[in-house]
Ligand binder design. Structure first.
Ligand code: TYD
Ligand code: MG
Length: 457
């Protein structure tokens, strides 16, 4: 009993490092977010109450509230400004997540250098690199304007004081997992540190109009440490993705209080940093095989922008008891559904065949409009016949094999025409747009579509 009393004095708690759930004893699995082995012991520290935090404000009659003009400041990188919803909003907090080495620091430093061309200071706070390293990287990225300030330190205690003195318009914290406040006893990167620092930055941002970027590394499971609560706290969450073996990078808004969340920005990692890709369709189709079976092109809509994508499929004899179904860049369950439709409606014998789907260029498709291209790529590989290289295929596939309409067909078709495609297979039933450069091939179901698309029928 005595021992227990001593332990109790120490006051520790166990915090799920994924979602922030708190318990008094260690648990193998978090009852909140169901992740395994995610609890870490943290010493209880009194909740950090800052003066600002306890200030009470009188409620206001809503009619009396006058709107501040929410002006946006473009960063000057179009691909980034688009996902931000048109530029930076004063007082907003943006989380930039992504795998280590994907290019978050590079993008943030490029942003710093551009914003630093203005009169007000911009502060890049790094907990990862020395000032020498930052300077070396900045030198590669471009000219260094005088309004750019850097700090290399992991302890954030002096941050509020520094912000008061410097009065920057933008602060970048790279990365949230490496910095800490000494009034919290837990280690850097733990949920309490991440949460309290983010809350503090949020308060400062809202009070002073400072724009804050927080960089966060994504764990193996694809989440930022303490991700759930972080995503709830901030205004905007951007994910930076891409294949480290390829040079292209895609930035995507998964949450945005100040704009739409479907927009993507496309970059290429080059010698001098990230370069904007103005013509993503051309890039995603660059290495497309024109004569080989198993490749089909579709037109996606990513936010306001149509983008052409190549879907590849490989169907081959299986060596396994259960044939493999692997999808890269496409929903696994949707792939299984489309295969089942091919089996049922066209009598394809897929039971002894492995099937793989890959979306070229590291794109991730979440739109059903790509169904038809997936079906055509699968059929093409199954039948060993190439899809006509000048044809783009657009349409959602229903369970009876029928083709369904997709939104904003005209925009997609114009993009296909712009890239030199001559024919489009589209669902019957909707209103057909007029795109003079493109021959429209209207079909009702996947049988008709396959007959039209595969060379030699
Ligand atoms: P970085 O921005 O450090 O990634 P993160 O902050 O997400 O961990 O990017 C690191 C990679 O980018 C590294 O492998 C080197 C490469 N890189 C270039 O190819 N060109 C450049 O100009 C820079 C600065 C980095
Ligand atoms: Mg970095």
């Amino acid at each position: 009993m005595k021992g227990v009393a001593v332990l109790a004095k120490e006051k520790t708690k166990f915090v799920c490092q994924n979602c922030g759930y708190v318990t008094s004893k260690w648990l193998g699995r978090c009852p909140e977010c169901e992740s395994w082995n995610s609890f870490q012991e943290e010493r209880e520290s009194p909740p950090a109450r800052s003066k600002e935090g306890t200030m009470l404000q009188e409620p206001l009659a809503l009619v009396q509230v006058t709107l501040r003009q929410e002006g946006r400041t473009p960063v000057g990188i179009d691909e980034l400004d688009r996902v931000l919803g048109g530029g930076l909003v004063a007082g907003s907090l943006v989380l930039v997540g992504g795998d280590p080495g994907i290019g978050k620091s590079t993008l943030m430093l490029q942003t710093t250098l551009l914003l630093g061309q203005g009169k007000t200071p911009v502060l890049y706070w790094s907990g990862e690199e020395s000032v020498q390293q930052i300077k070396m990287r900045a030198n590669r990225l471009g000219d260094i304007p005088p309004s750019v300030w850097i700090q290399s330190e992991t302890c954030l205690d002096r941050l509020p004081e520094l912000l008061q003195k410097l009065k920057p318009s933008c602060l970048i914290v790279d990365s949230i997992q490496t910095v800490y406040r000494s009034d919290l006893t837990s280690a850097p990167g733990t949920v309490s540190q991440v949460r309290d620092i983010t809350a503090q930055l949020m308060r400062i941002a809202k009070q002073t109009g400072l724009v804050v970027f927080i960089v966060g590394h994504v764990t193996k499971e694809g989440t930022i440490a303490g991700p759930k609560m972080l995503e709830h706290m901030v205004d905007t969450v951007l994910y930076f993705e891409g294949d480290r073996n390829h040079n292209f990078r895609i930035i995507r808004a998964v949450k945005n209080r100040f704009g739409s969340t479907n927009e993507i920005g496309v970059f290429e990692m080059a010698e001098g940093g990230l370069v904007e890709v103005r013509n993503p369709s051309a890039m995603f189709l660059a290495e497309r095989p024109l004569q080989d079976p198993g490749s089909a092109v579709t037109a996606l809509l990513e936010g306001s922008r149509p983008i052409l994508a190549e879907v590849q499929a490989l169907v081959s004899n299986t060596n396994y008891q259960n044939p493999r179904r692997l999808a890269n860049g496409f929903d696994h369950n949707r792939m299984a559904m489309l295969i089942a439709i091919l089996e049922k409606r066209l009598g394809y014998q897929m039971g002894m065949l492995d099937a793989y789907i890959n979306v070229a260029g590291g794109l991730r498709i979440s739109e059903p409009s790509a169904d038809l291209a997936v079906v055509l790529a699968l059929a093409s590989s199954y039948r060993e016949r190439a899809v006509d290289a000048q044809t783009v295929a657009i349409g959602e596939v229903g369970l009876t094999g029928e083709l369904r309409n997709v939104p904003r067909l005209e925009q997609r078709l114009r993009e296909a025409a712009r890239l030199g495609f001559q024919r489009a297979i589209v669902p019957a039933g909707g209103k057909l747009p007029q795109v003079p450069e493109l021959q429209l091939c209207v079909v009702h179901n996947i049988q008709e579509a396959i007959a039209q698309a595969l060379k030699g029928g």
